[in-house]
Design a protein around this ligand. Structure first.
Ligand SMILES: C[S@@+](CC[C@H](N)C(=O)[O-])C[C@H]1O[C@@H](n2cnc3c(N)ncnc32)[C@H](O)[C@@H]1O
Length: 440
């Protein structure tokens, strides 16, 4: 067929062929089954799986199908609750609910109920993907631990979307539509207001972060997601000349420098909690060597360095140049600690291990959502490190990597989980892996 586009226009993306059952828009009653990874529960109707949002296990609800593109399953929202779970509560956020803001999954669930759901998801992922026995005491005894501060106003770093008119908000679930917001009750107030109380003409999104001194940094992104300008505000007033400056964060009893809106644990209290969990699992001793992979601004490496002392060694590996510069500053007073800029992949890691010479005693890794992957997991297991402490923001990735470690001779020896993302289905885990025969 002749190309009928005008010169300079982009082809319209072909709609994905609908291979579902044509159920979109249909409404029917279901009894809701268990929670699944991704913020929904599983139900069945006429032999098909229905992933239901805005529901809870055991509830009887009317669902409306929102998406039906696959033969095996469709997606739906609970639009009416016929029999409610005891865990159901009034949503504290006026923007959440079926068809509305997609930023949170579980505004309709009590905080305790959210943590029970998260524990179920971690258990399911570690049995199904990680190969653990569902009777494993690490799983049966798992609690998702709350962080201080309650389920609202915990988010110190966020990305908001901006619509074509310059109005800010967040996207509808599985949609590009921007739901306009005046507030986001899970975000700390100065961050929410710095973005939502004004318009951003021409922007595609805005990143915002508040540091421990209350300084707000906003970074405007264009429609391709490229940062175009940064603004720093203190007590609501512009701080000129600090546009490229660093934010100050306080955690683990010391101050840290971080790139303005660069990576730092999102929950205000997460850095403290995770450092304590990592230090407890690693139990490093004077003179030991530690590899901190995906190190960001050097949080875990910097926190463990005093324990290995000057006779030990800590090597932080991070790919992002600005995070590395922040890590250099954070480790400046610790001669036993150094920063290596580079990609953590099987090849890079093998080269790094050769250069370092010898086996690290402890490896800490905190990869992005996709996890470290089987190749990196195999290389790490090949080091024979006495402890691998894996910090994971996605239990599915953790499950897959635990299986890769297990195939290479490591076993899960301890597991903690933290509610570092209340109101959402996300959960942060800290897992200790040890060589299979250790401690038996
Ligand atoms: C989840 S963050 C953890 C940062 C740090 N551990 C902390 O808690 O502040 C993941 C970090 O890994 C970095 N990263 C992502 N992919 C990487 C790769 N392949 N190699 C090295 N670093 C990577 C990102 O830039 C980011 O700083």
């Amino acid at each position: 067929m002749a190309d009928r586009r005008r010169p300079g226009t982009r082809p319209v993306r072909q709609a994905r062929p609908d291979r579902g059952g044509g159920w979109t828009g249909r409404e029917f009653e279901v009894t809701v089954g268990p929670v699944a990874h991704g913020g929904h529960c599983v139900a069945r109707h006429e032999g098909r799986v229905v992933f239901v949002r805005h529901a809870l296990p055991g509830e009887r609800v009317v669902v409306r199908v929102t998406e039906d593109r696959q033969p095996g399953y469709c997606r739906a929202d609970a639009v009416e609750v016929l029999e409610a779970s005891p865990d159901r509560v009034e949503r504290p956020c006026p923007y959440s609910g079926p068809g509305r803001c997609g930023g949170c999954d579980w505004q309709h669930v009590s905080w305790e109920g959210q943590r029970r759901l998260k524990a179920d998801v971690v258990r399911e992922q570690l049995t199904r993907l990680g190969g653990l026995d569902d009777g494993d005491p690490l799983l049966t005894g798992l609690d998702v631990e709350p962080l201080p501060g309650g389920p609202l106003r915990w988010r110190s770093r966020a990305r908001f979307a901006v619509d074509r008119t310059g109005a800010p908000g967040l996207r509808r679930h599985r949609s590009h539509d921007v739901v306009l917001l005046d507030d986001c009750p899970i975000t700390v107030e100065p961050a929410a207001q710095a973005v939502l109380a004004r318009r951003w003409p021409g922007a595609g999104a805005v990143d915002v972060a508040v540091d421990s001194a209350g300084t707000v940094t906003t970074t405007r992104l264009d429609r391709r997601g490229v940062p175009t300008s940064t603004r720093v505000l203190r007590a609501g007033e512009d701080v000129p000349g600090e546009a490229d400056g660093r934010a100050g964060r306080r955690a683990a009893g010391r101050d840290w420098e971080v790139e303005g809106t660069g990576f730092w644990q999102v929950h205000d209290s997460a850095a403290d909690a995770l450092v304590a969990a990592v230090a407890g699992a690693a139990a490093v001793r004077p003179g030991e060597s530690v590899l901190d992979l995906y190190a960001g601004a050097g949080l875990f490496g910097g926190a463990l360095a005093p324990a290995v002392g000057e006779s030990g060694r800590v090597v932080c590996v991070e790919s992002d140049a600005e995070a590395c510069a922040a890590a250099e500053a954070n480790l400046a007073g610790l001669p036993q600690a150094e920063v290596w800029q580079g990609e953590v992949d099987a090849e890079g890691l093998t080269g790094l291990l050769e250069e370092l010479g010898g086996t690290p005693d402890v490896v800490v890794l905190d990869p992005p959502r996709a996890g470290a992957g089987p190749a990196v997991s195999r290389v790490l297991a090949g080091t024979g490190a006495r402890a691998v402490v894996y910090v994971a923001c996605d239990p599915a990735s953790l499950g897959r990597d635990v299986a890769a470690f297990a195939a290479a001779g490591y076993r899960l020896a301890a597991l903690r989980a933290f509610d570092a993302f209340p109101m959402t289905a996300h959960v942060e885990c800290v897992a200790l892996l040890v060589p299979g025969d250790a401690g038996r």
